[in-house]
Design a protein around this ligand. Structure first.
Ligand code: DX5
Ligand code: ZN
Length: 218
């Protein structure tokens, strides 16, 4: 049977004026998880959601909430995001000098732990963290904004991460500039999850967009 990738819907491109409804709609449309980009205006230039927004939208979907933390000082605010309803917490090694300890803290909370790799970050960063992570998020744009162009040199990194991870139960997700034009290449390089904002929210056919990204329909 054909193995389809998971689709994680990035709400950065949703209509913020009706966020609860947008989340209910993409859940209904068949997304596999909700990707929430938390930005603090320091680690990245943009500012987005905090724990109170996550708590407010939590009742609108039973899907896992993947909280992508693009913030400095993860250690201080980690527990707030857990309490708000995060299922998976994804951290950048550049944001936290003791990344191994942070990943262990996430697991102690009973949550899934992910590591995010910026375009310039070596894939080999994960080699001594494999026992602590459930998820690798390969950034194929510089984080901060939706709607940017996919950086094609990162296809090579997806392959390297796949060769390091092998068949271990660690999801390999790709985030940034995912479109119908490049989704198959990303999957062939070894990704198991596509994170998409613009490609899902850019028109009203959410179910169609999700199924096309997955490769289920043409
Ligand atoms: C970028 C974010 C992405 C973003 C992707 O900093 O991490 O999750 O929402 O958006 P698109 O799919 O529009 O590139
Ligand atoms: Zn993201």
């Amino acid at each position: 049977m054909k193995q389809y990738p998971k689709i994680s819907s990035s709400i950065l491109s949703a209509n913020f004026a009706s966020l609860g409804k947008e989340i209910a709609d993409i859940t209904q449309a068949g997304a596999d998880s909700i990707h929430i980009d938390v930005m603090d205006g320091h680690f990245v230039p943009n500012i987005t959601f905090g724990p109170q927004i996550i708590k407010a939208i939590r009742p609108y979907s039973s899907l896992p909430f993947d909280v992508h933390l693009m913030i400095n000082d993860v250690d201080t605010s980690l527990e707030m995001f857990v309490t708000a309803g995060a299922d998976r917490l994804i951290v950048h090694p550049e944001a936290e000098p003791h990344i191994h300890r942070i990943l262990q803290r996430i697991k102690k909370f009973g949550k899934k732990a992910g590591i995010a790799l910026n375009p310039a970050t070596s894939p080999h960063v994960i080699e001594y963290l494999l026992g602590e992570i459930d998820y690798v998020l390969i950034m194929t744009v510089n984080p901060g904004f939706g709607g940017q162009n996919f950086i094609y040199q990162q296809l090579e990194k997806i392959k390297v991460v796949r060769s390091i991870v092998g068949t271990q139960p660690i999801e390999i997700a790709v985030d940034g500039g995912v479109t119908l034009e490049n989704s198959q290449q990303i999957i062939e390089a070894g990704a198991s999850t596509l994170v998409a904002g613009t490609a899902i929210f850019n028109n009203l056919g959410y179910e169609n967009n999700i199924r096309r990204l997955r490769g289920e329909i043409a």
